[in-house]
Design a protein around this ligand. Structure first.
Ligand code: CA
Length: 321
C-alpha cells in the first residue's frame, strides 16, 4: 500500500463523474488526514457534465474547503461511444436539493492537461483515484505514454469480479461507458488496485440502521450525506439491495485508510470492447490461464473499519464561512 510523504499526506488527484457516491469519495479526499488533494478532474459519466462540475464544487463548498482544491473539466464523451447517462440511478447527483451556489468555479485548464502536469510535478509520488469511466486517463496516456511510471498508485472503481453487472447483466457501469478507455488503462502498466461491483454488493452496502446512525450525527456533513444519498438509496432498494451502495467511497478509502483492505488478489483484468450483450464485460482471470497479472483486486474489507472511518469523517463539523 501507499506510503505517505514527508508531511504525512499523499498528493492525490480524484478523477470523478461527480454524483452521489462520488461526492462522498470527494469528501473523503477533502477531509481525510492522509490526503493532500491536488485536483478534482471531472469525466463524462453519471449525470450531465455541467451538473457533475457543479456537484464537485458544491461538495467542496459543503466540506468547508471552498476555493482550496481546483476542479478541472475533462472529456465530455467517451473515446468512441458518446455518453451513457445513469441519471435514472442518481437523479441530479446532489439529492435533488437546492444547495447554495458555490463561489468557486472550474479552472480554465483541461483536466487531462492538469493530470499530466501534476503527474510530472509530483513524479513518483502522486496517487490517482478514478471513480468514473476511464476516458480522462486514457486520453492522458495518449499524450504521455510514461504516465504509468509517474503515478505511484492508481485506484480504480470498475468491473465486476466474476459476477453480475449493474448497467447490463454483463457489465459494470464505468467499464461499460468507455470500454476502450478501460482497456487502454488496464494494459498500460500502472501500479493498479481495483475495487469492483461484486465486492461493493457484498461488503460496501450501508444498512438502514447505519444510515439512521449517520443521519443522527446531525452535523452539516451528515445532513449533506443523507440528502445526496437519498436518490441512490431509493434506486438500490428498487433493485433489491438492502441499503445504499458505496463503491466510490470505498475506492478512495482503500487508498487513504489501507487498514480497511483486508485481502487482495492478483488478477489479469481486461475488458470486452465489442458491441452487443458483453460490451464492457470485465474478465478477472485468477491466474490459472498463464497470463501475467496486472491488478491487485480488493476481495475483502474490514467492514467495521470502513463504516467507522466514514462516521468519523461525517462527524467533522465546522462553522459556515
Ligand atoms: Ca463514479
Amino acid at each position: 500500500m501507499s506510503q505517505t510523504g514527508s508531511d504525512g499526506r499523499h498528493p492525490v488527484v480524484l478523477d470523478t463523474d461527480t454524483a452521489a457516491d462520488d461526492c462522498f469519495a470527494l469528501l473523503a479526499c477533502l477531509l481525510h488526514p492522509a490526503a493532500d488533494l491536488k485536483a478534482v478532474t471531472v469525466v463524462a459519466g453519471n449525470v450531465g457534465f455541467e451538473q457533475q462540475l457543479q456537484n464537485a464544487l458544491i461538495t467542496i463548498e459543503q466540506s468547508g474547503r471552498g476555493g482550496e482544491v481546483p476542479v478541472y473539466a475533462g472529456c465530455t464523451e467517451s473515446l468512441l461511444r458518446g455518453w451513457t447517462s445513469a441519471e435514472y440511478v442518481h437523479g441530479d447527483g446532489k439529492g435533488r436539493h437546492q444547495w447554495p451556489v458555490p463561489r468557486q468555479e472550474p479552472e480554465p485548464e483541461h483536466a487531462v492537461h492538469a493530470l499530466l502536469r501534476l503527474a510530472q510535478e509530483y513524479r513518483g509520488r502522486l496517487d490517482l483515484v478514478c471513480i468514473g469511466p476511464l476516458t480522462n486517463v486514457a486520453a492522458a496516456l495518449v499524450l504521455d505514454r510514461d504516465l504509468p511510471r509517474k503515478i505511484r498508485s492508481l485506484y480504480v472503481m470498475g468491473g465486476s469480479n466474476n459476477g453480475r453487472g449493474n448497467i447490463t447483466p454483463a457489465a459494470e457501469y464505468n467499464f461499460y461507458v468507455d470500454p476502450e478507455a478501460a482497456r487502454a488503462v488496464l494494459r498500460a502498466g500502472f501500479s493498479l488496485t481495483i475495487v469492483d461491483w461484486v465486492l461493493t454488493l457484498r461488503q460496501a452496502v450501508f444498512t438502514a440502521e447505519q444510515l439512521e446512525e449517520i443521519s443522527a450525527l446531525d452535523t452539516r456533513l451528515s445532513r449533506f450525506f443523507t440528502i445526496v444519498n437519498a436518490p441512490t438509496l431509493e434506486f438500490d432498494r428498487s433493485v433489491g439491495i438492502d441499503g445504499s451502495t458505496h463503491p466510490d467511497l470505498l475506492t478512495a478509502l482503500a487508498l487513504l485508510e489501507p487498514g480497511i483492505v483486508a485481502r487482495t488478489g492478483r488478477y489479469f483484468v481486461d475488458v470486452e470492447t465489442t458491441d452487443g450483450e458483453t460490451r464492457g464485460y470485465s474478465v478477472f482471470d485468477w491466474g490459472v490461464f498463464g497470463r501475467e497479472a496486472n491488478a491487485d483486486v480488493v476481495e475483502e474489507i474490514d467492514k467495521k473499519a470502513f463504516y467507522g472511518t466514514v462516521l468519523d469523517l461525517l462527524r467533522t463539523d465546522f462553522k459556515e464561512a
